[in-house]
Design a protein around this ligand. Structure first.
Ligand code: PMV
Length: 313
């Protein structure tokens, strides 16, 4: 049996993070520059059912049977086997690698799950639909995030720009004119579940205040989709800035993020904001091809641990 490989992209949330948890729209796009990869190989020397998992990036070299039931990789494998009604899988090794920075708002966990679920199902001879893959990855995401909206697994499984509203049918959309982003990584690890949980407590205490912020962020996401579909991406700049101001009011930005956002604007970015869970992780800046280099340099000299230049198309 030949080895089966599947990959999944990273993702960037353009507009609407956090508000999306509260049923407002958000926009996310796949990020092809970074990928998670799963390779599944038959192991005729092992006994049936034995599943060897190798994930060198996280120092994992173990067997499925030795992992706790709620470990995310174990969960993804068990849920895939259950969805395919496979109780006695052939022996195999699953090797997982990823170039997506972890805990940085780029969807690393969801991308590993999607690549793994897709490769495993093809290996077992019964490929799952994108919707089924996304649903299984969502179940796994709950262990990473607590109360995820589902936007990460959706954009990564569909590998297309999505306009996402929790609980509604998936809407993918087209990017009429490509645009350029520089992503700046603060280097600060910030688990999304903690930021989401903290915001939830503050929302409980002051619901009207946060509901208004969520609604405003959702309106920006809808306006963002509009200008992307109309082919006027330069108009995204002010929308990014407005969304950042709202995220600051939600108190999910940070000194490091604010410094990078300001540096990007000073270096000529058309707009900038944090992307993802916040309090660390990444920010994005909208640039023209000829300002990308200068913005990336400004981010580095203002403390970015890494930058990526990307074209969204
Ligand atoms: O931290 P990330 O990139 O996985 O994004 C989280 C986005 C949130 O809206 C903050 C949470 C969610 O589940 O949608």
């Amino acid at each position: 049996m030949p080895a089966i490989t599947a990959t999944a992209p990273g993702k960037i949330i353009l507009f609407g993070e956090h508000a999306v948890v509260y049923n407002r729209p958000a926009i996310a796009v796949p990020l092809q520059q970074v990928t998670a990869r799963a390779v599944v190989m038959a192991e005729p020397r092992f006994s049936n059912g034995e599943i060897h998992i190798l994930a060198p990036d996280v120092g994992l070299d173990t067997y499925l049977a030795d992992l706790p039931g709620d470990q995310p990789l174990a969960l993804a494998i068990r849920k895939t086997l259950a969805a395919l009604s496979v109780s006695q899988p052939p022996a195999m090794t699953i090797r997982l690698t990823s170039t997506i920075p972890q805990a940085a708002g780029l969807g690393s966990g969801a991308a590993i799950s999607v690549a793994l679920i897709r490769a495993l199902s093809v290996f077992l001879g019964q490929s799952l639909s994108t919707e089924q893959i996304s649903d299984i990855a969502f179940e796994v995401e709950k262990y990473y995030h607590g109360t995820p909206s589902g936007i990460d697994n959706t954009v990564i499984a569909y590998n297309q720009p999505v306009y996402f509203i929790r609980g509604m049918p998936i809407e993918t959309f087209r990017i009429a004119v490509p645009f350029y982003l520089v992503i700046g990584d603060t280097g600060v690890k910030s688990p999304t579940s903690l930021v989401v949980g903290d915001l939830r407590q503050r929302w409980w205490a002051k619901p009207e205040y946060y509901e208004d912020l969520f609604t405003a962020a959702g309106q920006i996401a809808a306006a963002g989709r509009d200008v992307i579909e109309r082919g006027e991406p330069q108009m995204l700049g002010p929308l990014l800035d407005e969304n950042q101001a709202i995220l600051q009011k939600m108190d999910v930005s940070s000194t490091e993020l604010d410094r990078l956002v300001a540096a990007a604007r000073t270096a000529g970015a058309l707009g900038a904001k944090l992307s993802g869970g916040g309090r660390g992780g990444n920010m994005i800046a909208l640039v023209e091809p000829d300002t990308a280099e200068g913005v990336a340099l400004a981010l580095k000299s203002n403390g970015a641990a890494a930058t990526f230049n990307c074209v969204v198309r």
